[in-house]
Design a protein around this ligand. Structure first.
Ligand SMILES: Nc1ncnc2c1ncn2[C@@H]1O[C@H](COP(=O)(O)OP(=O)(O)OP(=O)(O)O)[C@@H](O)[C@H]1O
Length: 339
């Protein structure tokens, strides 16, 4: 098997809350392969961004404890100084965030912002940097690169701003891009355009992408493999077609049931109710999802669930998937999928 470009081993990310540390990412082991789009999905609060921030070194060290390892190009990113991280971030690892308006500097033209990354990571001359910036603007589909170069972020639409973020992310030909909810802030047609652009660039540049999203439609279009997170753990990991065709973990099945395209004729859907508990209230022993499926017997869960490869390339946590059924007529079991 080819060497992964990023290897996460037993990663734990804990936040200090009122003097105690609580893990938001708990013992995650995951590899990103060259040129793949690995989607990380799950509801709000299940630890996706905490995982992304551990890879990109964006946690506040005063309030966050990082354990385990995140190995990229032979180095554990968790043990690098901020100076060493800066040399990797924005160069070999590109980043795209949900809200480009907060990620971009409002006081600097977008052209200059793209060039800033080139100042830091290349030895190009001023005119070469300008030329490269114009090429990047063109490459990400900005209609008028020369004029847009001198615009400020607030003068551009949300979709254009996200294209600028993508230009910044690919400026130094990264090996890996971490995209954290890159289209959530955009309207639906623009979302599709941005995702198509990202996929196109990924194929042209042979870049791996970690795509963090709660949008399963985007996952179906973009991803090669999918890791489903719940309560800080990976509960299922599989190739995208396999996951959609044969989801196993009850949480994955519930997430897939909530996809609008699966709502044929608005039939009633079985979707498990409730939400991810807060970090302090998250069960730390046994199946973390058990409290949201009270109709499943305790004996059907594993005492200490682990992620197992039950068939090649398809991993699932806890034995509760084996006899899993949605409840019949029990309180709160059915949603019409509109929420
Ligand atoms: N800096 C922090 N301090 C304390 N708790 C935090 C911090 N950041 C995140 N959390 C908590 O960690 C858990 C995981 O949060 P995270 O943002 O990683 O979830 P997520 O899956 O990315 O959700 P979303 O899609 O809403 O961003 C949540 O319970 C969240 O409240």
């Amino acid at each position: 098997m080819t060497q992964p470009i990023l290897q996460i081993e037993q990663l734990r990310v804990s936040f200090r809350i009122e003097g105690e540390y609580y893990a938001a990412v708990d013992d995650v082991t995951l590899a990103v392969r060259p040129n793949e789009v690995l989607a990380i999905v799950g509801e709000s609060g299940c630890g996706k961004s905490a995982l992304a921030h551990a890879i990109t070194g964006l946690h506040d060290p005063k309030r966050t404890k990082l354990e385990g390892s995140v190995v990229f190009a032979g180095r554990n990113l968790l043990s690098l100084s901020s100076h060493e991280l800066n040399q990797i971030r924005g160069k070999s690892i590109g980043m795209i965030f949900q809200d480009p308006l907060t990620a971009l500097n409002p006081l600097m033209t977008v052209g200059r912002q793209i060039e800033e990354g080139l100042d830091y990571h290349t030895t190009l001359s001023a005119s070469q940097k300008r030329q490269r910036t114009l090429e990047l603007l063109h490459r990400v589909g900005i209609p008028n690169p020369q004029q847009t170069y001198d615009r400020y972020p607030h003068e551009l639409s949300g979709g254009m701003r996200q294209r600028i973020m993508i230009a910044m992310a690919i400026a130094s030909d990264p090996v890996l891009i971490v995209a954290d909810e890159p289209t959530t802030a955009l309207d639906v047609t623009i979302q599709t355009q941005i995702m198509m652009l990202l996929k196109e660039l990924q194929q042209q540049l042979n870049t791996g992408i970690i795509l963090i999203t709660h949008n399963l439609g985007i996952v179906a279009e973009m991803a090669d493999r999918v890791a489903v997170m719940y309560g800080g753990e990976i509960v299922e990991l599989a190739e995208v077609e396999e996951l959609f065709a044969d989801p196993k973990h009850p949480y994955t099945r519930s997430l897939l049931q909530s996809m609008p395209t699966r709502q044929a004729h608005k039939e009633k859907l079985h979707v498990i109710q409730g939400m991810v508990p807060s970090l302090a209230k998250l069960p730390r022993t046994g199946c973390r999802f058990k409290d949201r499926m009270s109709w499943i017997e305790a004996s059907e869960h594993e005492a200490h669930p682990v992620l197992r490869e039950f068939k090649p390339e398809h991993w699932v946590r806890c034995t509760c998937y084996r006899n899993f059924r949605f409840p019949q007529g029990a309180q709160g079991e059915i949603s019409d999928g509109t929420t």
